[in-house]
Ligand binder design. Structure first.
Ligand code: HEM
Length: 569
């Protein structure tokens, strides 16, 4: 493990000393440097030595919220985490500039650290990752190490996920998702003439069905043969991930490390079975976009290049755990939220079903429904719900590190090797940017407002962005058709960033949009779902804050039945 990665492991030893000399010491680092380049101010902190570490570990939401509001809304703010410094970037235009300026910034060191601490890549394999400083591009970076092409792990992984999630491979993944969801629905013991009680409609129903469907689309069905309990094991691991991510020591959280080891063992068993059934050295000649051993072409080609690298089986399993997590741990809670936000509003449910129906052709129990995916994904209200789910429920931190020299944005200097972070949760809540409705009909930034992303040309108070914040001209419709309300992200550049941005922007975003919308549409078309009465709206489980789309909190009891003319009957 690299030298600065174990800050947290010593934190518990420092605690008694910190408590006895509790000084309430606040500091605001003066802006330094020449008049063109200022160092961002440090958020005041009370404990010298540790800085903001304890708050970072136990109340990250509050800490990042303070960093977003402590100075003016475009001022970046530095945090001190024991011996490490990071800067939280604020302001939509600064965020957009960061993502545009990908040259000179890297995510690779950060990525390796996450692969080790969160997913369990072997420390013995770290030098192999670090030896590759050739970048993600087709050509190695000038002046970088001489690394054989087949060992350029960052380039190969980058190219593989981008190829595997576009064009015909993307279409195959979409079709697989529909087929696999249909198979999951058909296997359920749920009738149309009686209600079935479900103890937790998200945690024991939607989440498990979607994991099985999504993982089969990515990895093929063999993974469930090799590891029959992988669904439960995965969600157990996901629940422990915040502690792993924050580098909590094993002696303090042994169950987190156990859950991760279990998942790595599951994946190793699958790798063994898949390699027995399929020779990855032939994968270049195999034109299929999906086969049953490794599933998607993405996965098959990935294992073809892994097989030429001197990585341990343990590290390959850990790296795959990272990919499986990226592919499911945001998308599935987001599907859950899409369904739940609609179900909590009966009128919205009716409107959504009106948008869904024309795009579905049922095959009446003889196979998966035929869905006009592109048409469905262009419906304005459905897209607005999708964008609003990712605005409200996403608590990700996206990181970049200036690699070779200091980096600057709008006159602020960001030192080399110090992480610059963007909190998607706070950018999505800036009251200076987001439309909060009218005094008669307010919609605060924390509220889920299904129509927030609908721009009605006849209503100047509509659209995602507050009228005073929107400098972009509203484009005219060239067809001269009477202006219709439409889905719009206009003015949200640098503020709606659930997928990050720039060259490292999430390569799964095109698949994710379709996966989220199609899955929601399939659940709402196949089932009537009645949530048990509850006080207030369903809330985010803040334990997942900082780690992507948060899960809904607590158990959500419901009853369900198949709808008449559902596609499985
Ligand atoms: C709602 C769903 C999703 C959200 C909110 C999401 C969000 C993100 C974010 C914020 C990043 C980091 C981007 C950056 O650093 O700028 C990321 C990276 C990534 N995502 Fe997604 N993601 C989603 C779904 C998916 C899916 C479905 C897949 C694959 C099937 C996927 C695969 C990846 C991969 C491989 C990376 C790493 C890319 C790299 O390092 O270059 N994601 N995602």
């Amino acid at each position: 493990m690299d030298s600065h990665s174990s800050i947290v492991s010593i934190a518990p030893f420092l605690l008694p000393a910190i408590v006895t000399c509790f000084l309430f010491f606040a500091r605001h680092a003066p802006a330094s440097g020449d008049k063109h380049q200022r160092t961002p101010p440090t958020l005041p902190f009370a404990l010298p030595l540790v800085g903001h570490l304890l708050q970072f570990l136990w109340n990250t939401e509050r800490l990042l919220g303070k960093a977003a509001t402590c100075f003016d809304p475009t001022t970046p703010v530095r945090l001190k985490l024991l011996n490490r410094r990071v800067t939280i970037l604020n302001g939509a235009s600064n965020v957009a500039t960061l993502f545009k300026g990908s040259r000179g910034l890297s995510s690779e060191r950060w990525l390796v650290q996450v692969l080790v601490t969160a997913f369990g890549v072997n420390t013995a394999d770290v030098p192999f990752y670090h030896a590759d400083n050739t970048g993600i591009g087709q050509q190695p970076l000038p002046g970088s190490n001489q690394v054989p092409r087949e060992h350029r792990i960052f380039h190969l992984v980058y190219q593989n996920v981008h190829d595997g999630l576009s064009g015909a491979r993307l279409e195959e993944m979409q079709n697989q998702m529909i087929r696999n969801l249909y198979a999951q629905f058909a296997a359920l013991d749920v009738n149309s003439n009686a209600w079935t009680d479900i103890p937790d409609i998200y945690g024991s129903f939607i989440r498990n069905i979607c994991f099985a469907a999504s993982t089969t689309s990515l990895c093929g069905p063999r993974i469930f043969e090799a590891a029959p309990n992988i669904t439960a094991d995965f969600w157990d691991f996901d629940g422990h991930l915040p502690n792993l991510f924050k580098e909590m020591p094993q002696w303090l959280f042994p169950s987190a490390y156990k859950a991760r080891d279990k998942m790595k063992d599951n994946l190793k068993r699958w790798h063994e079975l898949a390699h027995q059934g399929y020779d990855v050295s032939q994968s270049d000649q195999d034109r299929r976009n999906w086969e049953e051993h490794f599933g998607s072409k993405l996965m098959r080609c990935r294992h073809a290049f892994f097989s030429k690298m001197p990585l341990s089986k343990d590290s390959v399993a850990a790296d795959d755990l990272g990919l499986l997590w990226a592919a499911t741990a945001n998308a599935i809670p987001a599907i859950g939220w899409m369904v739940l936000e609609v179900l909590q509003r009966p009128k919205l449910l009716e409107q959504v079903r009106v948008e869904i129906t024309p795009h579905f052709r049922s095959t009446a129990g003889t196979g998966p429904p035929s869905i006009d995916i592109d048409g469905l994904c262009q419906e304005p209200l459905i897209q607005s719900i999708y964008a609003e789910v990712l605005r409200v429920h996403n608590g990700t931190v996206v990181a970049r590190v200036p690699q070779t020299t200091n980096f600057s944005i709008a006159g602020w200097r960001f030192p080399k090797d110090e992480a610059i972070m963007v909190s998607t949760y706070d950018t999505a809540r800036s009251p200076y940017i987001w439309n909060q409705g009218t005094p008669e009909n307010p919609h605060p930034v924390d509220e889920f407002w299904p129509e927030r992303f609908i721009l009605d040309p006849n209503d100047p108070s509509s659209g995602p962005v507050a009228p005073q914040a929107n400098c972009e001209e509203r484009p005219l419709d060239p067809s001269n058709a009477p202006p219709q309300p439409r889905f719009s992200l206009d003015g949200t550049l640098g503020s709606w960033v659930p997928y990050g941005g720039g060259t490292r922007m999430c390569p799964g975003r095109h698949f994710a949009k379709k996966e989220l919308i199609v899955s929601m549409a399939m659940f709402l078309t196949e089932f009537d779902i009645q949530l048990m009465p509850r006080d207030g709206w369903i809330q985010d489980d803040k334990r997942y804050f900082m780690f992507g789309v948060m899960h809904p909190m607590g158990s959500i009891p419901a009853r369900i039945r198949r709808r008449k003319h559902s596609f499985t009957e």
